[in-house]
Design a protein. Structure first.
Ligand code: ZN
Length: 310
């Protein structure tokens, strides 16, 4: 393309040139603005919803966070969409549970192939994972061992451990964005105080319940039980359908314990849980191990446990 002089007389030219100057100025100015915004906001991907909460609380306005396993998704079977993979490809930080959640085990390698420069924060860093309670009722232990190395992956459902998640995130974000260090540290201090008081609140609410053993279909509440002096009896083993024999064992155990409630998670099929509840003359009650609004959800779950175990 050749550029031909559009005007021949200076007088006519002056105002279009001025206009062009202003247009160029504004284009460059706004381009600069959006560019700056892009590099100033850390793009973070978290593998599960509760981790989004911690990224949000520590990172605040300096981060933009999205989730891999969305609300209602099952982290034991989830597969990312092409759109999520594209987003992963241009993100700065991936926050993983790092505790043996199948989604991460299955996808981590493939995701990292899409983005070799992404930083990875392991939210369970420094947290001692507890062994998954051995099931007494004829469980396929071999398979279970393989999936989780026999460690319980649901460490986030414990406010005392959540304090460590928050601290780990603060370190990760500060390392990636040193200019925000003081901001992240202040957010951590606030959140840490809240988690200490959440822990105290749950402890006192559950102190007086008379049934300390509870039956849950998907075994997500082991750390919660451990922290607050309860004991979790799990019906299933990480997403597997129970055989009729296993189902019968669970029903017998529940009857022996005088259990009338089967706790269920919204991410898992409740058909077998409902069958157990029917057989013991009880009911199913929902508690969510993966809600994004971490503190509100744990308060709600505590209330549900407290009322059901009264
Ligand atoms: Zn699980």
């Amino acid at each position: 393309m050749t550029i031909r002089p559009v005007c021949t007389r200076r007088v006519v030219c002056r105002s279009p040139l001025l206009l062009l100057f202003f247009v160029l100025f504004f284009v460059l100015f706004f381009h600069g603005c959006t560019n700056r915004q892009k590099t100033d906001t850390l793009q973070v991907v978290a593998s599960i919803e509760p981790l989004v909460y911690f990224v949000d609380r520590i990172g605040g306005e300096r981060v933009s966070v999205s989730v891999m396993v969305p609300a209602g998704g099952n982290p034991h079977t989830y597969e990312p969409t092409p759109k999520q993979m594209a987003l992963f490809g241009r993100s700065d930080l991936f926050v993983k549970a790092g505790s043996g959640v199948e989604f991460e085990l299955d996808w981590m390698g493939r995701l990292l192939d899409l983005n070799r420069s992404i930083a990875v924060c392991n939210a369970s860093d420094g947290i001692l994972l507890l062994p998954m309670e051995e099931q007494e009722h004829d469980s396929p232990v071999g398979e279970h061992h393989q999936e989780h190395g026999n460690l319980d992956p649901h460490f986030w459902l414990s406010p005392s451990r959540a304090r460590l998640i928050a601290a780990t995130l603060e370190r990760s974000l500060s390392a990636l964005d040193p200019a925000g260090k003081a901001y992240y540290a202040a957010n951590l201090a606030t959140l840490d105080r809240e988690l200490v008081s959440l822990d105290r609140e749950i402890r006192s609410r559950l102190a007086g319940v008379s049934h300390r053993r509870f039956l849950v279909f998907h075994p997500a509440w082991g750390y919660f039980a451990h922290d607050f002096g309860l004991s979790q009896i799990a019906a299933e083993v990480e997403g597997k359908t129970l055989t009729p024999r296993q189902l019968q064992r669970v029903i017998e155990e529940a009857r022996a314990e005088g259990i009338r409630v089967v706790f269920v998670s919204p991410q898992f099929s409740t058909a077998q849980a409902a069958a157990i509840a029917r057989d013991i003359g009880g009911k199913t009650v929902t508690v969510d191990p993966l809600a994004r609004n971490y503190q509100e959800n744990l308060r709600h779950a505590t209330e549900v446990f407290a009322r059901s175990l009264q």
